[in-house]
Design a protein around this ligand. Structure first.
Ligand code: GRF
Length: 208
C-alpha cells in the first residue's frame, strides 16, 4: 500500500478529493495532511477523516531552507511514497525537492507551461485565451516546471471573471488530481487529459 502525504495551505478541497479517492482497491492511502498555515480549513477536514495532521508554520523559521528542513523531518516520520502539494502556497527549495525527488506532485491552476506563478486566471483572461485549465506536474527545483502528468481544459466564456473561471477550473482540479495520483502510484506513465463537459450542443463545439 503506497503512503501519501498531502501538503496544504488553505481550504483543502483538493486534499479532500484525493483522500476520498484513496479507498477500496486503490493502491494508496493518506498518511499525513500537513499545512504551513495553522488556521487552514483543510486541517479540520483532514481530522474528520481521521488522518494524522501537522502544522509547520513557515513564519517560525528563518529562511526557506530552515522551513524545508522542518517539513522534511515531519515527512520522514511518516515515510511517504508520494507527496501531493494541494493548494500549497510556499515555494520549495532544493532542500525539499532534492530530498523527495521523483515523488512529489503539484496541481497548478493553468495550462502549463503557460502562466507559471500566481494570478493565472486573470492572466489568461487578459491574454484573451480561448481556454484555461489546470496541470498536475512532478515537482522539480524549478517552480511550476516539472514533467506534466495531467491537464484539464475549460473553455473561457464571455463575461468570465478570474473568480468564475477559478470556480470552473477548481471543479476540474478535483477530477484531474485523483486520476493522476492513481496512475502515479500504479506506475502508469502516460499523462491524463480531461476536458470540461461542453454546455453547448455538440454541433457548436470546435473539432478536437
Ligand atoms: C485553488 O486556487 C487551486 O486552484 C490551487 O490551490 C487553491 C486552493 O486549493 N491548486 P484547495 O481548495 O486548498 O485545494
Amino acid at each position: 500500500m503506497k503512503r501519501v502525504a498531502i501538503l496544504i495551505s488553505g481550504g483543502g478541497s483538493n486534499m479532500v478529493k484525493l483522500v476520498e479517492s484513496m479507498a477500496g482497491d486503490h493502491p494508496a492511502r493518506p498518511v499525513l495532511v500537513l499545512s504551513n498555515e495553522p488556521l487552514a480549513g483543510g486541517i479540520a477536514l483532514a481530522k474528520k477523516f481521521g488522518i494524522e495532521t501537522s502544522v509547520v508554520n513557515h513564519r517560525h523559521f528563518e529562511g526557506r531552507e530552515a522551513f524545508d528542513r522542518a517539513l522534511n523531518s515531519q515527512l520522514e516520520a511518516v515515510q511517504p511514497d508520494v507527496i501531493c502539494l494541494a493548494g500549497f502556497m510556499r515555494i520549495l527549495t532544493p532542500v525539499f525537492t532534492r530530498r523527495w525527488a521523483g515523488r512529489v506532485l503539484n496541481i497548478h491552476p493553468s495550462l502549463l507551461p503557460k502562466y507559471p506563478g500566481l494570478d493565472t486566471h486573470a492572466r489568461a483572461l487578459q491574454a484573451g485565451d480561448a481556454e484555461a485549465g489546470c496541470t498536475v506536474h512532478e515537482v522539480t527545483d524549478v517552480l511550476d516546471d516539472g514533467p506534466i502528468r495531467g491537464q484539464a481544459r475549460v473553455a473561457i466564456e464571455a463575461g468570465d471573471t478570474p473568480e468564475t473561471l477559478a470556480a470552473r477550473v477548481l471543479k476540474m482540479e478535483h477530477r484531474l488530481y485523483p486520476a493522476v495520483l492513481e496512475r502515479f502510484v500504479s506506475g502508469k506513465t502516460g499523462p491524463v487529459y480531461l476536458r470540461e463537459e461542453a454546455e453547448a450542443p455538440i454541433t457548436s463545439r470546435l473539432s478536437d
